[in-house]
Structure formats: C-alpha cells, structure tokens
Write a new protein. Sequence first.
Length: 113
Amino acid sequence: QVQFVESGGGLVQPGGSLRLSCAASGSIFGIYVMGWYRQVPGKQRELVASITTDGRKNYGDSVKGRFTISRDNAKNTVSLQMNSLKPEDTAVYYCYVDPVRSWGQGTQVTVSS
C-alpha cells in the first residue's frame, strides 16, 4: 500500500495563491505518474494536473496557465503551485499515483472573499 501525507490546503481570496504538497511512501516502487485530482460534492472527480517520472506534464483545461505541477523523484513528492485562484477552484484536492492507482486523503481548498 501507498501512504500519503498531503498539506497546503486552506482558505484564500480570489486571485490569491496556494501550494499543495504530497509525499508518498510505502509500496512506491514503480510509481510512474503522480498528480492531483479535485472533487466538488455532487460532481465527478476531475484531473487537475499530473507529471511522469521523466517530467512530462498534463493539465486540466480549467487550470492551464495558472497551476504548475512539480515533482521530486528522489523524495517521492509532488507539489502543485496554484496561482490566480478562482471561486470555481474550490474543491477537495486529492493526490494520486499510478500505475497502481492510489489516493491521498484529500485536502480542502476554498477560494472565497
């Protein structure tokens, strides 16, 4: 099993920034992709961003140009820098890894004035 430690969520005003971090441990041999999904109550979980071991990045359309994902392969950590936050970014953000999909416990991000 993979264990996760997520941090960095919270309340921020529109236009502000937050940085999420996630550290994976345990059965982490062979992890290829690390990233983040988010979910709003009543809606499906959606991809925010992902990054492969060799640095290839993928972003959801709604966050392109505002969010930046990074990764430290040696430490098995992934971070998400979120800038120009909007109220519609409010969600629970979940760290994940592949190819054996595992999820973190989630961290709340609230964008509100």
